[in-house]
Design a protein around this ligand. Structure first.
Ligand SMILES: [Zn+2]
Length: 148
């Protein structure tokens, strides 16, 4: 057997989407990363080969996106795929870097009276699944900022 020994218990945390980065070590905050065009400054969620604003194909700068944003739009979903509990809040959150991210809003009853366009929200991560190797699958969600 030539399996690499990672030094940990063999169990890993795996981000559910490629633009979610988990901390290098325990206690480090997870964050969403984006790309910034070095020619025109346009920003994108995740990595990009080219800028759709100025067509530059120069390598983009990796940026760490803010974990706070504003609720741009939301929809309360009452019917979903089997196994997905409803209702839940599907939303688009605007981040200060000029990037929009699709996500779910947790931490509030899924009722329109609890949600306002432009309300401040913050990102957090949560284990949502365990894969067949016992690894934790980590997803990101947003929730209203306390007290707002
Ligand atoms: Zn550009």
């Amino acid at each position: 057997m030539a399996e690499a020994d990672t030094g940990t218990a063999g169990k890993k945390e795996i981000p559910i989407l490629p633009f979610l980065r988990l901390g290098e070590k325990a206690g480090d905050a997870a964050y969403l990363f984006g790309s910034k065009c070095t020619s025109c400054g346009a920003t994108y969620l995740g990595s990009r080969m080219a800028c759709s604003k100025c067509c530059s194909t120069d390598p983009m700068e990796d940026i760490r996106l803010s974990d706070h944003g504003e609720l741009h739009v939301f929809s309360i979903v009452h019917q979903s795929a089997p196994g997905i509990p409803t209702p839940y809040v599907a939303a688009i959150v605007d981040l200060p870097e000029g990037v929009s991210v699709r996500c779910n809003i947790e931490g509030v009853e899924p009722d329109p009276k609890n949600l306002k366009f432009g309300m401040p929200v913050e990102m957090y991560t949560e284990k949502v699944h365990t894969d067949s190797d016992g690894n934790d699958i980590i997803a990101f969600k947003f929730r209203p900022v306390n007290g707002k």
